[in-house]
Design a protein around this ligand. Structure first.
Ligand SMILES: Cc1cc2nc3c(=O)[nH]c(=O)nc-3n(C[C@H](O)[C@H](O)[C@H](O)COP(=O)(O)OP(=O)(O)OC[C@H]3O[C@@H](n4cnc5c(N)ncnc54)[C@H](O)[C@@H]3O)c2cc1C
Length: 302
């Protein structure tokens, strides 16, 4: 075990963690980022909606973020953190998967979420290129094309309505489930949304471009992009280990300064609250960093 006590350890080197590290590094804090390299948008080929970086490859965005930390002495460890405790003396002790123990005064969890993706045969080739989870991220590129909103039961009714912002041609597919209410069906019909409840047996297309969904029985539905509504879960169980409180949506509760109810423990990015966009994750990282710096300043005053 190293004797070094970092001012701040950040678990997660995505947009939230990098942004927190940039501000804390500029505040001359000793900072270590631990990251296992599994960003949420790793399937994607372009990051949209981030002012000044429109359309950049997500890997390039992260590489720029890491480069920008270089002048500030921020340390980086490529590892997975498997355990974390808040000790009696108020310090945080975390352990890497390799068994190394690391200590800090404050801890930021910027560990993100992971998504369940539709798993019909053939779908994987289109993940992140023509199968998407967020119309704000990829709706523009799919404008005016035949679109599918995918979700079991009733979960994608709202998504299908939302997709009308980007295309007049929207079909709701419930993949072998039939739990739409009469009100749902009437609303969908009023808004020109087609409904298919049959089981989907295959996603078909050319290279990374989805072109058809094939239903049980063989009929093919033309479709240039599919958006899905499925669960996402915490990427890491560290918030649970540290007894964080969760919202009903499974994200960690934090206040408007990114503080959890555990003293010295901060959250940033998709793992807490609910707006899940890169620019918001980065902003939350900045907020957490400023709160922590102020807390460290207050603790140092005599
Ligand atoms: C397919 C797809 C496309 C998207 N496109 C866009 C887009 O165009 N525009 C946009 O604004 N948003 C987009 N998003 C949303 C965006 O990906 C997230 O809002 C953003 O990545 C959140 O940043 P984050 O830092 O909170 O988490 P992440 O980017 O997920 O980073 C979390 C990091 O923490 C690490 N980590 C987790 N647990 C541990 C652990 N125990 N030990 C060490 N490291 C750990 C992970 O390896 C990961 O590197 C997209 C999402 C998906 C799924």
């Amino acid at each position: 075990m190293s004797d070094k006590v970092y001012d701040v350890i950040i678990v997660g080197g995505g947009p939230a963690g990098l942004s927190a590290a940039l501000v804390l590094g500029r505040c001359r804090r000793s900072v270590l980022i631990c990251d296992s390299g599994q960003s949420r948008n790793a399937w994607s080929v372009s990051l949209n909606g981030y002012l000044t970086r429109e359309g950049i490859h997500p890997k390039e965005f992260l590489a720029i973020g890491r480069r920008e930390l270089e002048p500030y002495g921020v340390e980086w460890k490529h590892t997975e953190i498997v355990s974390s405790v808040c000790r009696g003396d108020g310090l945080f002790e975390i352990a890497t998967i390799e068994g190394e123990s690391l200590t800090s005064k404050k801890l930021i969890l910027a560990t993100g979420l992971q998504d369940y993706w539709p798993e019909m045969p053939g779908a994987r080739a289109f993940y992140g290129t023509s199968i998407h989870h967020c119309p704000y991220c990829d709706g523009w590129e799919s404008r005016d094309k035949p679109l599918v909103a995918y979700g079991l039961g009733r979960v994608a009714v709202g998504l299908s309505m939302s997709l009308k912002t980007w295309s007049p041609d929207v079909t709701l597919c419930t993949d072998g489930t039939n739990r739409l209410t009469r009100e749902d069906r009437e609303k969908l019909e009023r808004n020109g949304i087609k409904v298919r409840t049959e089981k989907i047996t295959r996603a078909k297309g050319t290279e990374s471009q989805l072109e058809h969904l094939v239903f049980n029985g063989g009929e093919e539905l033309p479709c240039q992009a599919m958006f899905f509504s499925m669960a996402s879960v915490q990427r890491s169980d560290l918030p649970q280990q540290l007894n964080c409180e969760f919202t009903a949506k499974g994200v960690v509760k934090s206040d408007n300064k990114q503080r959890t109810h555990v003293s010295g423990l901060y959250m940033a990015g998709d793992a807490d609250r609910d707006a899940q966009q890169v620019i918001i994750a980065a902003a939350e990282g900045t907020k957490a960093a400023i709160s922590i710096n102020q807390e460290l300043q207050n603790e140092s005053y005599k």
